[in-house]
Design a protein around this ligand. Structure first.
Ligand SMILES: Nc1ncnc2c1ncn2[C@@H]1O[C@H](COP(=O)(O)OP(=O)(O)OP(=O)(O)O)[C@@H](O)[C@H]1O
Ligand SMILES: Nc1ccn([C@@H]2O[C@H](COP(=O)(O)O)[C@@H](O)[C@H]2O)c(=O)n1
Ligand SMILES: [Mg+2]
Length: 238
């Protein structure tokens, strides 16, 4: 079981922190003081989990790389894990290829087992999970199998025409970076992924980031969210 409070050291008193009345502070105090861990991943300490959501091509991967390098997070991209699995001699390779080509969602059990392996081998206990959950089914299965909710959700909001332009300019040879699959991915995003964003919004966990402008302009918006967490790290050892 994750010992959520075991490593918590407060350099100022809890009461004093609560007196700040800052919603982010209060949310983090709750996060780090509730003992709700379970045996989903093999760590004695609950990782700090951030889901990174947004439409196809909204810049999730680009921004995650920057967050990982500047704020010391491990970056797990669900799409990348699936592509690696697809290209390895795996029993699920053919299924994953067909689903990705169609822009649909791979069965949750497969994706979650890859994410779980990634969490267990991560060298940081601050984890970014990029492109997951993609559907309510993904979300419910994650919460059931891993046994926790994310501490934070970042949602990149980007106009469709910008996402399409970025994907068509990506040039990484992805089997789903063609107009026919892009149309399907956009529909899946609206129909299946937006309900996940709405679910976590209703729980006050979502930080919405406008994902237009240059990579650096967008990162400045992202940086402010994570800088506030780093500020808290001065008080909370996690
Ligand atoms: N702000 C930006 N302006 C212009 N191009 C960008 C910007 N951010 C990312 N890109 C480029 O757009 C493409 C898509 O970005 P990225 O791969 O980060 O998106 P993604 O959300 O991870 O997409 P997917 O869901 O398809 O994996 C990449 O080629 C990336 O270099
Ligand atoms: N939770 C997920 C994430 C991704 N997929 C499939 O992979 C494709 C590519 O994902 P990117 O995040 O790299 O865009 C995606 O279109 C899905 O087919 C998935 O099934 N479940
Ligand atoms: Mg990506």
């Amino acid at each position: 079981m994750w010992r959520r409070f075991a490593h918590l050291s407060l350099s100022i008193s809890r009461t004093k922190l609560q007196s700040l009345q800052d919603p982010t502070v209060l949310k983090l105090i709750n996060t780090f003081s509730s003992d709700a861990g379970n045996d989903g991943v093999a760590s004695s300490r609950k990782p700090f989990i951030t889901f990174v959501l947004g439409g196809p091509g909204s810049g999730k991967g680009t921004q995650c790389e920057k967050i990982a390098s500047i704020f010391g997070f491990a970056h797990l991209s669900a799409g990348e894990l699936l592509r690696e699995e697809m290209s390895s001699p795996s029993e699920n390779g053919e299924l994953i290829r067909n689903v990705i080509k169609e822009g649909k969602i791979v069965p949750s059990a497969i994706t979650i087992s890859l994410i779980k392996r990634g969490i267990n081998s991560a060298t940081s206990d601050k984890i970014l999970i990029d492109g997951f959950p993609r559907s309510e089914e993904n979300r419910i299965a994650f919460e059931k199998i891993i046994g926790v909710e994310p501490d934070l959700v970042i949602f990149f909001e980007c106009p469709e025409e910008e996402m399409v332009k970025r994907i068509l300019g990506r040039n990484q040879g992805r089997i789903d970076d063609n107009m026919e699959t892009i149309r399907k991915r956009l529909k899946v995003f609206e129909d299946l992924n937006m309900p996940v964003v709405e679910h976590y919004s209703s729980k006050g966990k979502v930080h919405k980031i406008t994902a237009t402008g240059t990579v650096d302009e967008i990162f400045e918006r992202v940086r402010q969210v994570f800088a506030s967490l780093r500020y808290l790290k001065a008080f909370l050892s996690f």
